[in-house]
Design a protein around this ligand. Sequence first.
Ligand code: COA
Ligand code: MG
Length: 284
Amino acid sequence: MSDSRPYRSVLYIPGSKDRALEKAKSLPVDAIIFDLEDAVAPDEKANARILLAETLAQSGYGQRIKLVRVNGLDTDWGADDIAAFAQSSTDALLIPKVGSAADLDAVAALAPSKDLWAMIESPAGILHAEEIAAHPKLKGFVLGTNDLAKDLGAQFRADRLPLMTSLQMTLLAARAHGVICVDGVYNAFKDEDGLRAECHQGRDMGMDGKSLIHPAQVAITNEVFAPSDADIELARHQIAAFEEAMAAGQGVAVLDGKIVENLHVATAEALLAKAAAIAELEAS
Ligand code: COA
Ligand code: MG
């Protein structure tokens, strides 16, 4: 699959829950975070590691990207988690509470062949997001907005204004270094309108997708983060209008009273590539 591979829906599954592990095989999610960290109680950590290693050794997750969220190296479980998945077929290890590029160096030394993703969920992580994004092993960010709000002392608000600087600094770092950026979870998993609004906000900011906690959140997220039929239609018209202008010896086109320049064409082409990648994924 191309670079435009979708990361619309990224579902957390507690590594200790065998029914959820099974259920995910039939859910239309783009990626799964198999969690050994905060979704697993301390007493269950060792068993969850074994269950997850056995589950992932068999296939069944198809084209879904598989990320394993290990415990941090500053805990009793981190080194064993990393060792258990260092040679696995998972796409990457997701490292919690990353505060600096050095945190990733420490993991990379234990799992040299694995790609890494980072949870950005602490003040240090936000302030060092750029060096983290620039790490040679780093492929993606997941915002940890619950931990972040806790560390900031911020209140949860529907407009997420208290988190906005952090969200945008993370996105800036991701875009500066060409890595994926997945938005934080929406806690009220039965509130569809609230989820939809937060998905729209994240999408409009430029997030690639949203991390999810429950299967009921998948359909809305997939819909909002996919180009709509109207988006696709507009992109095609922009490309056609620009080509026509070029053929007439002009560098700029006008479509419905708005200018279309080559940069708009690049955006339109990226949108069509993303739509094609989603169609390819959904057909498989
Ligand atoms: N992934 C896959 N399947 C899930 C799931 C998930 N995250 N959450 C629930 N399911 C499954 C359940 O196993 C159940 O399937 P079953 O009928 O085959 O047993 C079905 O979806 C319905 O679940 P439901 O009864 O509505 O939810 P619950 O009350 O069992 O669990 C939560 C609610 C929030 C505890 C649960 O969704 C969860 O653990 N989510 C992940 C939390 C997490 O990972 N947090 C860390 C990151 S923030
Ligand atoms: Mg966290």
